[in-house]
Design a protein around this ligand. Sequence first.
Ligand SMILES: NC(=O)c1ccc[n+]([C@@H]2O[C@H](COP(=O)([O-])OP(=O)(O)OC[C@H]3O[C@@H](n4cnc5c(N)ncnc54)[C@H](OP(=O)(O)O)[C@@H]3O)[C@@H](O)[C@H]2O)c1
Length: 442
Amino acid sequence: MGKVNDMKLHTMLLALFGTALLSCMPGFIIPTTMPRGQHADHTHADVPLSAELDPVMPTTTLSSAAFGTLALVLGVATARQRRRNSHITAPRSARVGVAVAASKVECVGIVGSSGAVGQEMLKCLETRKFPTEKVRLFAKRAAGTTVPSVFGDIVVEPFSVEAAQECEIVLMAVSGSFSEEFSPKIMGGAKNTTVIDNSSAFRYKDDIPLVVPEINGEGNSSAGLIANPNCTTAIGAMALWPLHQKYKLKKVLMSTYQAASGAGAEGMAELEDGLAAYVKDGKVSENKVFAHQLPFNVIPQIDAFQENGYTKEEMKVTWELQKIFGLSDDVKVACTAVRVPTLRAHSESITIETELPIDPAEATALLKDAEGVKVVDDPESFLYPMPLNATGQYDVEVGRIRQSLIFGENGLEFFVSGDQLLRGAALNAVIIAEQAVQARAD
Ligand SMILES: NC(=O)c1ccc[n+]([C@@H]2O[C@H](COP(=O)([O-])OP(=O)(O)OC[C@H]3O[C@@H](n4cnc5c(N)ncnc54)[C@H](OP(=O)(O)O)[C@@H]3O)[C@@H](O)[C@H]2O)c1
């Protein structure tokens, strides 16, 4: 028997073994009747997927595809197990300072605590030793469950405006429509509650600050309602802001590679379940969250198409960078947003044209000094930003920094990867909250 046939037999046996193994694994495939919030403990999705996922390459034969997929699904199972067992450890970054406990609040509330963003918010409060006496958690299906935390065991409560208003700071990790209805009702009240919202409900309102704390936190932290930017915007902004300050942006062209968890806990589960179904039945399960099958695919649509042919996700990058940076209408920002079959952390390929000449070595030095940014750029050693490495990190990785062939000495190209659940959501919101606590004390 030739080497190729040997390999085929070997991989088929492995696939059969894997399928049998999976069918013996109680609870490996999430029962569809179980609320996701209940399935997901509060450390859900916080562990980087390990290198065993790397061999996954869809190929033309079922046996070799099954081999790759088996490795991937066993990797997913391992990652899920690790997530269940993981302890609270600080992400890899010393640059973003933790909260200074000079002032303290009695209570911080998280509304949507069982979702992808909400779970990370609790972890950020824990790892950053947020100055609060207690944390209260609010959710819908997960109400009644108990979440262990460094603030003690917390019983998740059903949401009510009255209960949320008992906290000085409320972090909203719910849908835009929910936030639009309830955030204005929560803010103020007896505790002068500050609401920090993660949805897009208030981002474009002139009287509501849209904040990346390292960029425009100062002067905005005493507002009653503060909006958190879209995750794609926040990640790109960390690299673009220092460059804009020195070289003045003229044009920004961005293409994104966005993880499944950008669509929440349900999106992450659809990718995992789709792959598990492929190994078990040879067929990816039906897509419900995404417009098309995500495993073994990329989807050039995130959110609804607008009249101009761009999607809303793409326009958010334009609108939000303009608002956060205070860009004039002359500065043009365009984006193509693509969903890719990774679990967590978004990546972006960014090309800029600048008013002033921009030297790649000088720009690299500038980025190395920027808060919340980590330069990973040593192509000869195969080092560049990747979502697997960015996962769980506070800092946004920037690399592949080079002079642009299009814009010459006034242009730069680079690649960024950032954890969209941290910099793009939970971490950003918690740093805003730290600044708000400070502002309340001043
Ligand atoms: N995922 C990301 O990467 C990301 C990044 C930036 C911003 N955001 C934004 O952050 C927000 C949350 O996103 P997500 O991805 O975390 O969504 P998600 O995983 O779907 O979680 C939604 C949360 O809302 C809760 N919820 C729903 N209805 C509720 C109600 N009536 N009362 C109380 N809680 C309720 C859910 O509770 P149960 O599950 O217990 O029912 C769950 O905890 C969205 O506005 C999203 O656009 C997301």
